[in-house]
Design a protein. Structure first.
Length: 160
């Protein structure tokens, strides 16, 4: 499944870490990088330093926002360690704080619905949305820093 060229589906923000999802008005004029991740995912953790760099470069001047949806999987450290929703949420928050510290002040909605609405079947999945809310990149799996920067640069002229 790819959403490229289509309007980005809305994100559900009933439960979240960090700050709440920004409104459409707050996102106007910005590219938005949606980073789908999981607390158990080593590839997601490997992607984190690259995301931090691009957010630092493009986010400081307001050209790029990041939203990092995740969901509960019913366990904490491994599938055999079943966890109640509140215990898993605390674990997700701990993983966010240790492996994704740059997301502490970013919206992190916790919802299976977001993964379903975006057709996410693997993590990480990176989705890049232009200022008009159109998906310009839908990429399951990791991206190199060069690949991600090139994708962001392609849509930045449309927001200036």
């Amino acid at each position: 499944m790819s959403l490229e060229g289509q309007p980005a589906p809305p994100l559900e923000d009933g439960d979240f870490l960090g700050r709440p999802l920004p409104t459409l008005d707050e996102l106007r004029g910005k590219a938005v990088l949606v980073f789908f991740w999981a607390h158990w995912c080593p590839d997601c953790k490997a992607q984190a330093p690259i995301l931090e760099k691009v957010l630092d470069q493009y986010g400081k001047d307001g050209r790029l926002a990041i939203i990092a949806p995740t969901q509960r999987y019913g366990y904490t450290v491994r599938p055999s360690m079943r966890a109640a929703p509140d215990a898993e949420r605390r674990h997700i928050e701990q993983v966010r704080d240790t492996s994704y510290a740059f997301l502490r002040n970013q919206p992190v909605p916790v919802s299976e619905t977001n993964h379903t609405n975006y057709g996410v079947s693997t993590v990480p999945t990176l989705v890049l949305v232009d200022r008009r809310g159109i998906v310009r990149l839908y990429h399951p799996g990791n991206m190199t820093e060069e690949e991600l920067r090139a994708a962001i640069e392609r849509i930045l002229p449309s927001i200036e």
